[in-house]
Design a protein. Structure first.
Length: 341
């Protein structure tokens, strides 16, 4: 650690930042990025293996792209980077000027290449969002789908966006201010089953997620405390016509706090589905999660990539897919039986 601090002092002491010819010693890198592994050999080796399989860290400049690609839930670091003016890039969405991060591989990379982010979700939203609708975007990320829905529902409709990552919120706010958007309400919070707090980790870039909220994790500084509220407790325009859920495995918690909206408003629901993340974060298997919707009279469709076509499925079929690959990620459309698209 002393070696890293010495290099930092040297580089920040009035000299131009130069690549470190000798490289950064691996132990110094681990001490700096993952200090909680000191004194825990097993955790140290697990994190070491993780670092080695990601971007190589040879200079201080390499820390930024590494943290942008590091998995926050698997190996969260107490080191967090915030973006500045030079990190920003802009992109266009049907006349809107929106903001992204140059070094973010999770979302910005695609849209800054001029590609449609999650084209299957984009196509589905364009089919389902209608002028005057009130929609909810849970896990808004940098706002790509939030702003699309804002255009689709028009000034007579509204978008309620929830996003616990403060850096993502900054990008959404910049887009709202730049374009004078009046139909987007941003809640810088997470959604769950009850009012309270959760422990959330992000390093740099758009992705993040809930991590363990035990004493060890909180003491280590691997995340930040974020407020959580049930969707049923939030003040928002009703009835809700559509809900989009993409919260890295916390979907089960979101749904548990939105049962009144689901029963009373019967919204269409787009949800990401990962057996591994759902079990790890929400503590639910696929059947337990989706049986809530089945019990409320919803049909289940897989949204095919990249076309956005819908293929009707069932709980046994979805469970069989996940038994083959628990890390598989799909996007589902949950459609009330009394509604046609």
């Amino acid at each position: 650690m002393a070696s890293v601090r010495a290099r930092l002092r040297q580089l920040l002491g009035g000299r131009q930042a130069q690549p470190l010819a000798a490289g950064l010693p691996e132990e110094d890198v681990l001490d700096f990025l993952y200090p909680y592994t000191q004194g825990d050999p097993a955790e140290r080796e697990r994190v070491r293996a993780f670092v080695r399989q990601c971007n190589p860290i040879r200079t201080l400049a390499d820390i930024r792209p590494f943290l942008a690609r590091a998995e926050q839930q698997t190996a969260p670091s107490p080191v967090v980077l915030r973006f500045g003016t030079d990190d920003l890039a802009t992109y266009s969405l049907e006349g809107l000027t929106l903001f992204a991060l140059r070094d973010d591989p999770a979302v910005s990379e695609e849209i800054l290449r001029g590609e449609t982010y999650e084209p299957h979700v984009d196509a589905t939203l364009r089919k389902l969002c209608r002028a005057g609708d009130h929609v909810v975007d849970v896990g808004a990320n940098i706002g790509v789908h939030t702003f699309l829905m804002s255009l689709l529902v028009g000034q007579g409709g509204s978008v309620t966006a929830l996003e616990p990552n403060s850096e993502n919120c900054r990008l959404i706010i910049l887009g709202v201010l730049e374009n004078g958007i009046a139909n987007v309400t941003l809640w810088p919070i997470a959604a769950s089953t009850q009012v309270g707090w959760s422990y959330y980790a992000t390093h740099y870039g758009s992705n993040g997620g809930f991590v363990a909220d035990d004493r060890t994790a909180i003491t280590s500084g691997r995340g930040v405390v974020v407020p959580v509220f049930p969707l049923d407790e939030l003040t928002m325009p009703r009835p809700v016509s559509l809900m989009k859920l993409d919260v890295e495995g916390a979907e089960g918690l979101v749904v548990g706090g939105a049962l009144r909206i689901l029963k009373e408003d019967r919204p269409v629901v787009l949800t990401e589905l990962s057996a591994e993340m759902l079990e790890r974060v929400s503590g639910l298997g696929i059947p337990e999660y989706l049986e809530t919707f089945v019990g409320l009279g919803y049909r289940i469709f897989i949204i095919e990539r990249p076309t956005g076509e819908w293929t009707e499925s069932s709980l046994p079929e979805l469970q069989a897919l996940r038994m083959d690959d628990p890390f598989r990620i799909d996007d589902l459309l949950l459609l009330p039986r009394d509604r046609t698209a």
